[in-house]
Design a protein. Structure first.
Length: 251
């Protein structure tokens, strides 16, 4: 589904990512780990169009999306979350989901202002879709709550569900377990596995919480100073001496 080939990103004389090459298959959960400053979020920003890579190709379902703007990449079927939760705080939970539904419904200004039957039909369809989506992840009871009033764990879940509302084929999660306690982390792991199975999507995630990364990822890529130093299943990564020296450490 996703393949990056020798992707690099330079900011002036600083190389943030060098020779970044990964593969994510259909319905697969893949992790991207490494110390702070290793280039993980930069890699996400390259894939999602925030940055145009200095060199390299990014193939999504066989098409090169390198350098395309974020809205075009989202339209192609890639959605993401962020390290710091970025919800529309002045909107309700339902309104946050409806905002994402607009990517597929695409109402025009004329229809919206006049509330034409075609617009109202799309609005009803979007609300049904949003309610079904919230119901499937246990957030329907919070539909009318202000997004910022939710507990931290539910805000994280809402951000993921909002990304799902764009109907992606690939979901990028940037440190979804950040700030969570052990119970919340376990619930998050179950949640990610559930949406992978239920929505038939692939997941690429950045995670510092090793219980989460090792617990749900089929394969892990390890970045250090912009370079990929290891790749493989968790059982191999936890024994890799380069990874231990650069990131995991020893007891």
């Amino acid at each position: 589904m996703l393949e990056t080939k020798d992707v690099a990103m330079q900011f002036g004389g600083l190389t943030a990512v060098a020779g970044f090459s990964i593969i994510v298959d259909d319905d697969e959960i893949v992790g991207l780990i490494g110390p702070n400053g290793a280039g993980k979020t930069t890699a996400f920003n390259i894939i999602t169009g925030v940055y145009a890579p200095t060199r390299g190709d990014i193939l999504f379902n066989g098409k090169n999306i390198a350098g395309k703007p974020p809205h075009k990449i989202t339209d192609s079927g890639i959605a993401r979350t962020f390290q710091n939760i970025r919800l529309f705080h002045e909107m309700t939970v339902m309104e946050n989901i409806l905002a994402a539904c607009n990517l597929r419904e695409r109402p025009n200004l004329f229809e919206s202002v006049l509330h034409l039957p075609s617009y109202m039909a799309r609005e009803r369809k979007a609300r049904r879709f949003a309610r079904d989506l919230l119901g499937s992840v246990g957030l329907l009871e919070n539909a009318d709550d202000n997004a910022v009033s939710l507990p931290y764990g539910k805000q994280r879940r809402l951000e993921i569900v909002r990304a799902l509302a764009t109907e992606p084929k690939l979901l990028l999660l940037d440190e979804p377990a950040a700030g969570m306690n052990p119970q919340e982390s376990q619930e998050l792991m179950d949640f990610i596995l559930k949406i992978r199975d239920e929505f038939k999507i692939a997941v690429l995630l950045i995670e510092h919480h090793m219980q989460v990364a090792m617990g749900i990822c089929a394969r892990l890529y390890v970045l250090d100073y912009g370079l990929t130093i290891a790749e493989g299943p968790p059982s191999e990564i936890r024994r890799n001496q380069k990874v231990i020296d650069a990131y995991l450490g020893v007891e």
